[in-house]
Design a protein around this ligand. Structure first.
Ligand code: SF4
Length: 322
């Protein structure tokens, strides 16, 4: 349903070479799949989400590669064709999405704005749809008569998710949608989202720095580091057999709340400067397994069963096998 090929995004700057936040990323997302995208802050996750939605200004950024949704390359569509596709095929919920509601309009009017612009629904149909969606996200339909300031943060974020589903998109991109909320509300929203995704059959790209949360709900997890996807696997496989040294290190930073004792370890060092050229593997300065090739040759993704890993350790295994 979504095919991304060699996507590269550079934020250009008059003062230097710019910052390449997404580096030749390729992946696909089938129908009816919950995909998690995880990584440390600044690794390019949000830039990837924006690039997939074609929300980055082409005058200020260099964007290469293709993003094909349902057979249409988003970067070849006219502005009008893209406008038609938004909401109906692709929608986006941001971390601060709940704060994007217009404070002087009732919730229902904000839903109706979208439906009026992008569909031919009558007013009665629109009100039915709003009521149905508010119930689906566990809100009372009377919320449609409220102004945003009358709702709690969790209620507003539920309403923002309902708004993203208003025209039954094929793909919903959620960029850290629960980070600003407390952990109890966060969990109830992701549980609700996961149930809705299965019930309605859309696909989700859930961007988060919380690997534990993503592993619990996602069908598949992509791990991002320094603008690249370094490991991409079914979630259960990633828990059992994480292979990339960065993924393994991330898993060690996650405390299982069910475990009797927990030993946590951080990842030494810092991610590389994405404004500078990167030689070899970007994780090499922090990797305990690094060897000579890692510092000079960029690792290409290697197929590993149902997943892919970009690490020289597995390239060496492939060569030995062939
Ligand atoms: Fe570590 Fe080398 Fe693999 Fe990079 S390519 S993760 S430095 S072993």
């Amino acid at each position: 349903m979504l095919e991304v090929k060699d996507l590269r995004v550079t934020y250009t700057s008059k003062r230097g070479p710019g910052v390449t936040a997404v580096r030749d990323v390729s992946f696909d997302i089938p129908d009816n799949t919950f995909v998690g995208l995880v990584g440390e802050s600044g690794c390019g996750k949000s830039t990837l989400g924006f690039a997939l939605s074609r929300l980055l200004d082409p005058a200020r950024n260099e964007i290469h590669g293709s993003v094909v949704l349902d057979g249409q390359d988003l970067y070849k569509l006219s502005d009008e064709a893209l406008r038609k596709l938004r909401w109906s095929k692709l929608s986006l919920v941001l971390q601060g999405g709940m704060n994007a509601f217009n404070p002087v309009l009732k919730i229902k009017n904000q839903f109706m704005d979208v439906m009026r612009e992008h569909s031919d629904m009558t007013k009665a149909q629109m009100l039915d749809r709003i009521s149905e969606l508010l119930k689906a996200v566990n809100l009372n339909p009377s919320v449609m008569e409220a102004y945003p300031h009358e709702l709690s943060g969790g209620m507003k974020q539920r309403a923002a998710i309902a708004l993203a589903l208003v025209l039954q998109p094929r793909l919903v991109i959620l960029d850290e949608p629960t980070t600003a909320l407390d952990v109890v509300v966060q969990r109830s929203i992701v549980t609700m989202l996961s149930a809705l995704q299965r019930q309605l059959g859309f696909s989700v790209l859930f961007v988060s720095h919380d690997l534990g949360l993503v592993l619990e709900f996602a069908d598949r997890v992509m791990v991002m580091y320094a603008g690249q996807i370094v490991e991409d696997k079914p979630a259960d496989m990633l828990i059992e057999t994480a292979e990339h040294p960065y993924t393994k290190a991330l898993l060690k930073c996650y405390a299982d709340p069910g475990a009797e004792t927990v030993t946590l370890s951080g990842i030494p060092g810092s991610p590389p400067d994405l404004g500078a050229a990167i030689q070899g593997c970007p994780f090499a300065p922090r990797c305990a397994n690094a060897f000579a090739d890692c510092r000079s040759i960029p690792p290409a993704p290697v197929d590993r069963g149902a997943g892919r890993v970009a690490c020289h350790l597995y390239r060496a295994e492939e060569v030995a096998r062939s």
